[in-house]
Design a protein around this ligand. Structure first.
Ligand code: URA
Length: 289
């Protein structure tokens, strides 16, 4: 019987997801198609722009239950506002209570048609953020790329599809979490945001985090890590460690764009995400033998 276009698309999506699970070393959902093939789990060196030298994380040194927080570096952030937002639909993953008072809508309103930095002159769309305003888990990336700039949503391009797969592998959906970036406008040519751009835009990120008050913040890549901790230190020594960002538990990991170039590093990221899952009380899936 001929397959419809919808069937083919669904099968392709399923195939991609299974391949992703395979890359992570997860097998229990499906038959192992490559039982005899061995895959390297050795991570390549992190990207030079983001990280100076790879630093294997020693499991023995990592906390077993209660995360040990690395003290935050001094940080100058706006005062913590307080709010609650109108609900647009239930999520399995909404936190029960909120202490903050400024809503994401108010922050978006304040951002307006922003011209605070030079990125405004080349952007098409401001990419503010997406997901649950009551999320217990927030992912922070660097800045929008071409697809995000066109659609006005974070992480919808190739790296975004990988992030979505990572979220789903955790047993969550995108609407359960909140996803945003350090800068809200696309840096031309996908270059890294410059210090003046980060300085102009990051206060909006800090306010978004305070509005949501997540239990865990995952920094995707060096820019998010360095912006939240106000440091120039390399992410390599901190990847996979629990850190303290102004009382929030924060964990830096590799950016999905890096994983697209270095798929072997997915195993490290999966280890990091399992720590996050444990912290959030989500079922941690067993790794395939
Ligand atoms: N990379 C990012 O850091 N953010 C996006 O939204 C997309 C790609």
């Amino acid at each position: 019987m001929p397959k419809s276009a919808a069937d083919i698309a669904r099968n392709e999506k399923l195939r991609q997801r299974l391949r992703f699970y395979e890359d992570l070393g997860l097998a229990p959902f499906y038959r192992d198609r490559n039982a005899s093939s061995s895959q390297s789990t050795q991570s390549p060196p992190p990207p030079s722009a983001a990280v100076a030298s790879p630093q294997p994380i020693e499991e023995a040194l990592l906390p077993k239950s209660t995360p040990k927080l690395v003290p935050a570096l001094p940080i100058d952030t706006p005062t913590k506002p307080v709010v609650s937002l109108p609900s647009s639909g239930p999520s399995l993953f909404d936190s029960a209570t909120k202490l903050s008072s400024e809503t994401l809508l108010q922050i978006r309103d304040d951002l307006g048609e922003c011209t605070r930095c030079k990125l405004h002159s080349t952007r098409h769309t401001i990419v503010f953020g997406d997901g649950s305003r009551k999320a217990r888990l927030v992912f922070v990336g660097e800045g929008p790329g071409a697809d995000e700039d066109a659609q006005g949503l974070p992480f919808v391009g190739r790296a975004g599809k990988l992030l979505t797969q990572m979220i789903e592998a955790m047993g969550l959906e995108r609407r359960d979490v909140y996803i945003c970036n350090v800068v809200k406008c696309r840096p031309p040519g996908n270059r890294q945001p410059e210090p003046d751009e980060v300085a102009a835009c990051s206060p909006f990120l800090f306010r978004q985090l305070d509005s949501i008050e997540p239990k865990v913040i995952v920094c995707l890549g060096a820019t998010a890590f360095q912006t939240l901790l106000q440091t120039n230190r390399s992410i390599s020594h901190y990847r996979g460690q629990w850190l303290d960002y102004r009382g929030y538990k924060m964990l830096p990991t590799y950016h999905p764009a890096y994983l697209l170039r270095n798929p072997a590093a997915k195993a490290d990221v999966w280890k990091d995400l399992q720590k996050v899952m444990a912290e959030l009380g989500l079922e941690v899936k067993k790794k395939a033998k």
